[in-house]
Design a protein. Structure first.
Length: 200
């Protein structure tokens, strides 16, 4: 059995990848599984692509395994694209802190100007650093006026309403969420490259 390290200690993200990559002949491992959960990889770059590549390459080298990492963020048009690559470090240590700060900044913004998108770049690297692939996925939507219900998400999912839905992303059933989400789109696009990397 081949192993694929998912560069996260977030159980919600790991669950999503377990579903998205279910057809690959691999066992998924988290950073915690390989003793790297305390490893802090710097994300100094201005693009999702550069940050995802940095994490994938560092985790692959440190673990000796094929590694997949992503950089994900929320780009809000009324905020000039913020929080963007700083989404995970925006407004406090918890998901609730971050989305409440976002809602505060969006107070008074009319409905037709609350457009936003989630962006996810998935990157895969092997331990030698010789093989590397990345893909980008997005999902368009808008920022809700208050947090919604639902337990199928994390991060900003509680305040993001995807196009075509009247509920926030955290209230969308997991199967539907994976079919439309930024991470789902990026992960599916990466699967052919992962197959090639696993075969070699």
């Amino acid at each position: 059995m081949e192993f694929l390290l998912i560069g996260t200690s977030n159980p919600g993200k790991l669950r999503e990848y377990a579903v998205l990559l279910a057809d690959l002949p691999v066992r998924l491992l988290s950073l915690r599984d390989v003793g790297l959960e305390s490893m802090d990889v710097e994300e100094p770059f201005e693009t999702f692509e550069e940050n995802a590549a940095q994490k994938a390459k560092v985790y692959a080298k440190a673990s000796g395994l094929l590694a997949l990492a992503d950089d994900t963020g929320l780009a809000v048009d009324a905020l000039g694209g913020r929080p963007g690559v700083y989404s995970a470090r925006y407004g406090g240590p918890t998901d609730r802190d971050r989305y409440l700060k976002l809602l505060g900044e969006m107070e008074g913004v009319p409905d037709d100007q609350r457009t936003a998108r989630f962006v996810c770049v998935c990157a895969a690297a092997d331990p030698t650093g010789e093989r590397f692939e990345s893909t980008r996925g997005t999902v368009e939507g808008r920022i809700a006026r208050a947090p919604g219900e639902g337990t199928e998400g994390f991060g900003y999912d509680a305040v993001f309403v995807p196009d075509g839905y009247n509920v926030v992303l955290s209230a969308v059933p997991m199967a539907d969420k994976n079919s439309i989400s930024h991470r789902g789109n990026a992960a599916r696009a990466l699967i052919p490259a992962l197959r090639r990397m696993l075969e070699n």
